[in-house]
Design a protein around this ligand. Structure first.
Ligand code: GLC
Length: 658
């Protein structure tokens, strides 16, 4: 049998060279033959991805085989250490490669301490998440950060220990286990563009160790920094202007894209790749199932560019992806690339990278467009922008969301704006002002984040409910409108395809946190306004439909339930913008799926709007019903239209047979 398998392996694919197999045989000698074979097969399967990625990254400067043997040895060690329960999960995931694409997936994202004090606390609230239909739980950074301000944990001081006030790595392992028992996957950040100035690599660099100095970009004078700055944007112009920070200890300018205590690591040094491969595999072996690749767009630098979305970013993701497929194939990658719509798709894999980079990426454009439509009661720009997006590869899908822990950057493409007769800059400015409540008539109550005086760019903080008008609402009508907007915008996220992720508190309609600035280190960063602590007293009202908490919570639970029942929402079918000619207050999206079409219609206005009844038959409907409205038949009026009430959200499918 072993012989037959060996020939299958060699016959089917070129496989990894003998030197690689010899190294892994030595490393895995304590495992039984079956496990050794299993790993060897995976190495052959993923070898080409490691080799081609490493060649693209370091082919000019390093010996490729040595680097590959080193990297694959790391995967072999992690494979050998992996818990039997996780090996089983690997097999289950390999039997269900589309697990992230299934309509039953719904996500939730929160800060551990703000949701439930600590990791053990999270474990006690899994039933609450279960009520929302959640199967994917993203806990915000919880590895040990630097002391003081740590950008919400995005300045990691130690990737191998948990923040002491949240628990221990054992607590994390247990939580992951309990989540699995609840049918939930643990999602965590992997901050890989920078480390805290207090991380041991930076400490060693500061102590003068050359090996570790090379883990960073450090320049003795301003020549190089100035050359880069000529084309670099600023991420935090308010509180961290510029991209370089003078550091006395290293006597040099350190690359710090974000805050001055977040040191960008140097991915052009292969030692850094090896370190992060180990970190990923360490977290995978604790039971983390999805790694959110934080700020991935920034990881490769090239003079004369904005140092984002460089092609090498995808090569390094490919290598890390292949290594994790070898050791822990249950693990998936999610790219956090909040970039222009046309750069975004690369993170899900295009060209030679299809199926080899991230499995998930944030649909930033959909989120921005959703808020834009609500502000202007018009869907023209949204139709244009979403139509212009390229198709997604079948191996990847979107994270669709309404809010997250970050500000909203108004990523409206100038070309899209122009195509519908708008000025991109002015529209972005309008949205920032509208959602800051700075425009007469505005119901938005967010805040301006990071006003860049040089470019005029403004971003926005605020919870979904505050942005949607619940904070500003003065009477019943306005409250109803705000609640309807909250539901509508979530319906769009749940109905697009991909994994909708709820931002903690939004399921209860939580308003901006009035005391957001009170905590040490938070005062300058108003993103804390939309990162409130979960109000468990308010959560108790979630079953009471007379309360706003009940209305929103039950609305989202309903969306999850209906979603899970619709095969059309499997992410393998794509949403397309439907109908050039329909009323501009309506957005219609069509999914063509072998189980039948699904047409979602959203009214983004406060008025009744008409949708032509004659559209249904040509799409292929025979007996259309609104799945969100208890499968109520779609009734075409005598005037030939169906009329959608203010802010209505309809998911039209054919009446299920039987
Ligand atoms: C990502 C995070 C953001 C953080 C930044 C730096 O964009 O979402 O919160 O400030 O990375 O780590």
């Amino acid at each position: 049998m072993a012989k037959l398998l060996a020939s299958v392996r060699m016959g089917a694919m070129p496989g990894a060279p003998t030197a690689v197999h010899a190294a892994i045989d030595r490393l895995l000698s304590r495992l039984d033959a079956e496990h050794r074979d299993e790993f060897a097969d995976r190495v052959d399967r993923w070898w080409p991805d490691v080799e081609s990625g490493v060649t693209a990254l370091y082919g000019q400067t390093h010996d490729i085989e040595t680097l590959c043997v080193d990297l694959i040895s790391r995967a072999a060690r992690a494979f050998a250490d992996r818990d039997p329960e996780l090996h089983r999960l690997d097999r289950i995931r390999m039997l269900t490669p589309d697990w992230l694409q299934q309509p039953g997936m719904v996500g939730y994202a929160c800060y551990t301490e703000r949701f439930a004090d600590d990791l053990q606390g999270v474990a006690t609230h899994l039933d609450y998440l279960g009520e929302l239909g959640v199967s994917y739980v993203h806990l915000m950074p919880l590895l040990r950060p630097r002391e003081g301000d740590s950008d919400g944990g995005y300045a990691v001081a130690d990737y191998r220990s948990v923040r002491p006030d949240l628990g221990t790595t054992e607590d994390l392992r247990n939580l992951a286990r309990q989540m699995r028992a609840h049918g939930m996957s643990l999602v965590m950040d992997l901050v890989l563009n920078h480390v805290a100035r207090e991380h041991v690599w930076a400490e060693k660099a500061r102590a003068g160790e050359k090996e570790y100095r090379d883990y960073f970009y450090i320049y003795p004078d301003r020549t190089k920094p100035d050359e880069y700055e000529a084309t670099l944007p600023e991420v935090f112009p308010d509180f961290a202007p510029g991209n370089f920070t003078w550091d006395e200890d290293v006597e040099g300018w350190v690359w710090t894209t974000f805050n001055e205590w977040q040191w960008d690591v140097n991915w052009s040094n292969p030692a850094v790749l090896g370190e992060y491969a180990d970190i990923i595999l360490f977290l995978a072996n604790l039971g983390v199932e999805v790694m959110r690749l934080d700020a991935i767009a920034f990881t490769w630098k090239r003079v004369g560019t904005n140092c984002q979305n460089q092609p090498e970013v995808h090569d390094l993701t490919q290598v890390l992806h292949a290594l994790s497929r070898m050791a822990a194939p249950a693990v998936a990658f999610k790219a956090e690339a909040i970039v222009g719509p046309r750069d975004l798709i690369q993170y899900l894999g295009t060209g030679t990278h299809v199926g080899k980079v991230s499995d998930l990426a944030y649909h930033n454009s959909l989120m921005v467009q959703a808020w834009s439509m609500l502000a202007v009661s018009d869907t023209q720009l949204t139709r244009q922008a979403l139509r212009a997006l390229p198709s997604t590869p079948s191996t990847g899908t979107w994270i669709t969301y309404v809010r997250c822990h970050d500000d909203i950057g108004w990523a409206i493409d100038d070309r899209d704006a122009e195509a519908v007769g708008l000025n991109g800059f002015l529209h972005r400015r309008f949205l920032a002002d509208w959602y800051a409540g700075d425009v007469a008539e505005s119901w938005g109550r967010g805040m301006v984040f990071q006003f860049n005086e040089e470019t005029g760019d403004k971003r926005t903080s605020g919870t979904a409910a505050s942005l949607a008008g619940l904070e500003a609402a003065r009477n019943d009508d306005e409250i109803q409108h705000a609640l309807a907007r909250v539901f509508l915008i979530h319906a769009l996220a749940y109905g697009w395809g991909g994994i909708p992720v709820i931002w903690s508190g939004d399921e209860l309609g939580t308003l901006n946190d009035p005391i957001w600035a009170a905590e040490p280190g938070h005062a300058e960063d108003n993103r804390w306004a939309h990162r409130p602590r979960l109000d468990w007293q308010a959560a108790e009202r979630r079953g009471d439909l007379r309360t706003r908490e009940g209305k929103i919570f039950q609305g989202l639970a309903h969306l999850a339930k209906v979603r899970a029942s619709l095969p059309q929402l499997h992410a393998s079918a794509e949403s397309r913008i439907y109908g050039e000619h329909i009323d501009r207050g309506l957005l219609a999206t069509l999914r063509n799926h072998p189980s039948g079409p699904m047409l979602c219609i959203y009214n983004v206005t406060e008025d009744w709007r008409p949708f032509p009844g004659m559209e249904f038959e040509p799409i292929g409907f025979t007996n259309p019903v609104n799945a969100l409205g208890n499968n109520h038949p779609v009734a075409i009026g005598e005037d030939g239209y169906i009329w959608l009430s203010p802010f209505a959200a309809w998911w039209v499918v054919d009446q299920p047979v039987g």
